[in-house]
Design a protein around this ligand. Structure first.
Ligand code: C5P
Length: 227
């Protein structure tokens, strides 16, 4: 069997990571959560007290990026990888409200994008990978053998994300979740560099009315046709 690259892009909280993780597991492929990388960089900047990303000079961003090392390590109990920032497991902290609110602004900075894209290309160079993000099929791996573009009704997305946060004990209102999603969707689709856009050859997967198992089966069938 040949190994392929599977790119899963789409709006925030569409279940991209869940699908990507499960698909990678079924195919024994590596899963690369590109959003987690932007989140880890954001966490690093926030910890340094930096919140005005636009006010940073190019050189300052480059210098800060040099201080950051991101990697993924397999977590036996979860059976999935956790995100590490300079050797520290930050899997939970990168999903915090503070990071949620800042990540799409920092993701607009060119130097950050250039470095993340290069790292993602390096991680996926040997193929046999499923990546999820916003620009995987358009910028990171434009030649990916399978590209999925995920979408769902914004109301359904907000409710799912709210339920997930509640189950983790995060105190947040449905309204706040909705506002954050709308803001991120707006930033991600309107930024100058690498905006979220469907690749011409991507297959749309609208999961408003289908469950996780159905999505996985659909994606798996599409992947197996290409392997
Ligand atoms: O996928 P996730 O919601 O974790 O991504 C967090 C944020 O990271 C997105 O809202 C987007 O601003 C940014 N991102 C990006 N390009 C990617 C993946 C994520 O700009 N490939």
């Amino acid at each position: 069997m040949s190994k392929i690259v599977i790119a899963i892009d789409g709006f925030s909280s569409c279940g991209k990571s869940t699908l990507a993780k499960n698909l990678a597991k079924k195919l024994s492929y590596a899963f690369i959560d590109t959003g987690a990388m932007y989140r880890a960089v954001t966490l690093y900047f926030l910890r340094k007290g930096i919140t005005d990303f636009k006010g940073l000079s190019r050189q300052r961003v480059i210098d800060l990026l040099k201080e950051i090392n991101i990697d993924f390590r397999f977590n036996e109990s979860k059976q999935f990888s956790d995100t590490y920032l300079n050797g520290e497991n930050v899997e939970d902290e990168i999903r915090s409200t503070a990071v949620n609110n800042a990540v799409s602004a920092l993701s607009q900075v060119s130097e950050v994008r250039a470095q993340m894209v290069a790292l993602q290309q390096q991680l996926g160079a040997k193929k046999g990978v499923v990546l999820d993000g916003r620009d995987v099929g358009t910028v990171v791996f434009p030649d990916a053998e399978l590209k999925l573009f995920m979408t769902a009704d914004p109301v359904v997305r907000a409710q799912r994300r709210f339920d997930e946060l509640q189950s983790k004990g995060v105190e947040i209102s449905l309204e706040e979740v909705k506002t954050n999603l709308e803001q991120r969707d707006y930033n991600d689709t309107h930024r100058k560099e690498h905006p979220l856009v469907k690749a011409d050859d991507a297959i749309i997967l609208d999961n408003t009315n289908i469950n996780r198992e159905e999505q996985l089966q659909l994606a798996l069938d599409l992947a197996l046709e290409r392997i």
